[in-house]
Design a protein around this ligand. Structure first.
Ligand SMILES: [Zn+2]
Ligand SMILES: [Zn+2]
Length: 279
């Protein structure tokens, strides 16, 4: 984002500030939004479409709501400053995936089909999930939730121990507009884990809600689907690289995997390790 010359020096015209707080990343409304210089406090701006002028709400008007949505999303503190602009690409495969993910975030809710980023650790999959939620909450005012898979299971398990019914325990994750599930496939693959995932995804699928995933597992798909989703010319060679690793279908079970193929496009994030790009 290029800030205009007269933009607020603290937030660079974004209208919000991000900082870690406890285990989470937190946003707050920048002071410039309270005494907005763009609309001079009227909360309205004049825009032009097809030669006609019309009044539209100023961005400052729902700054507090967008910030609240960000804070409800549960972005981990480590990913506080991890937006699209700070995602560094080290090779063309990473650039392609960044463009796909960014394209999704910009066209949501017109584009409702989510994505699953897969590949070995250290390639920035969680960064891209968090950047997507940052964009959706702060730029578009969409309700989102980030959850790491082990945390999801322990949260549901604790709810069951308190005798909360499955339907109620899963409701916050089932009903949020966009849910990002980090590290799906991690875990022991117990019947409890498989049933929980199946129930959650089934409810989200039936309600046509968007779900995003990241996984360190291998995703083996037929070449036709893989090409359609990821556009790779030689998908089987890429799949072959990780055949020794755990397979996502085996980890989550056939039912959930098959549901996922309906809900998302699978994109292989390959290339140099971001934590050690020269390795
Ligand atoms: Zn500001
Ligand atoms: Zn304003």
């Amino acid at each position: 984002m290029i800030a205009p010359a007269d933009a607020c020096a603290r937030c660079l015209g974004r209208g919000h500030l991000l900082a870690p707080s406890g285990e989470r990343s937190r946003a707050e409304v920048c002071g410039c939004q309270l005494d907005c210089q763009v609309c001079r406090g009227t909360r309205r701006v004049v825009r032009e479409r097809n030669g006609a002028l019309y009044a539209a709400p100023c961005r400052c008007r729902d700054a507090a709501r967008r910030v609240a949505l960000y804070n409800q999303a549960g972005i981990p503190r480590h990913f506080c400053d991890k937006g699209f602009s700070t995602f560094r690409v080290y090779d063309p495969a990473q650039r392609d995936v960044l463009a796909l993910v960014q394209g999704f975030a910009q066209s949501y809710p017109r584009e409702r089909k989510g994505f699953c980023l897969w590949g070995r650790p250290g390639l920035g999959k969680t960064h891209l999930l968090c950047a997507t939620l940052q964009h959706l909450t702060l730029e578009k005012g969409v309700a989102c939730r980030f959850v790491e898979i082990s945390f999801l299971f322990s949260e549901i398990r604790e709810a069951f121990q308190r005798n909360v019914a499955a339907l109620t325990a899963l409701a916050p994750l089932a009903e949020v507009d966009v849910l990002a599930v980090d590290e799906i496939g991690k875990g022991r693959g117990t019947p409890f884990e498989k049933d929980t995932l199946d129930e959650l995804l089934c409810r989200r699928y039936n309600a046509d809600r968007t779900t995003l995933f990241s996984t360190n597992c291998t995703v083996a798909l037929g070449p036709e689907r893989f090409t359609a989703a990821g556009g790779y010319a030689d998908p089987l060679a890429r799949v072959g690289k990780q055949l020794d690793d755990q397979d996502l279908r085996g980890q989550v079970g056939d039912r959930t995997f098959s549901r996922m193929t309906e809900m998302v496009g699978f994109h292989h994030l390959d290339g140099k390790d971001r934590r050690n790009p020269f390795g």
